[in-house]
Design a protein around this ligand. Sequence first.
Ligand code: UDP
Length: 240
Amino acid sequence: MMKADVMGAKFHSLTLSEAVNAGVSLIGTGCHRVVTPNSEIVYEALKNPELMELINTSSLVLPDGIGVVYASKILGCPVKQKVAGIDFAQGLMEALAGTDKTFYFLGSKPGVADGAKEKLLEKYPGLNIVGTADGYFKDDAAAAEKIRQTGADVVFVCLGAPKQEFWIKNHGEATGASLLIGLGGCLDVFSGNVNRAPDIMIKLGLEWLYRLYKEPKRIGRMCRLPLFLFKAVGTRLRGK
Ligand code: UDP
């Protein structure tokens, strides 16, 4: 699979459907971590080698966010398209509904994962969801063991980034699942508690603006987006 190096973070360059196919084909072939870093996370990884290593040792690294897509263009190694974690997750559910492959939802506030389950069963009849748990547990090993007992193949891990990525690294194997995906606030969206931006804003690459409008406290995190692009320009100019 083609990779695009965005300041040290190596992204797979895939369309959404290629990414979904790649995810499906990993099931049953060991324990795989899927990460979908946005520019905030890559920016953080520049200062945190452990996080960078975690990104680059994942089985699938998908560019969630227009910042990463722009940076890849600036750096002269464009990714094929933005592949948002939420779109990847929906593609997987569509592909696997009606098969014997099973899902587990871990994360968000109590009740959210169950709400998501209910909504998603309406949307994807035949989807096999074998368990849910909220993301405010104390005992990591017990949370992983609970997943193992369900025999889930795919786990949506929604604890916020980069907590969820480290959780998958440290406890993923113990869950016995094949595909563990860090998906941030996706369960909040699937449950209907939080709305995604209108389609037109997503198409125009303005989803970040909508999120900022809904959650103004994100401003600090989002200031990293222009900084990140400036850094990409600097890297390009230095010819690295
Ligand atoms: N969360 C959780 N456990 C924690 C901290 C956060 O389950 O200890 C959940 C939180 O309820 C929310 C999600 O993680 O559903 C983080 O969502 P956000 O949109 O902030 O994700 P990010 O942008 O950090 O990936």
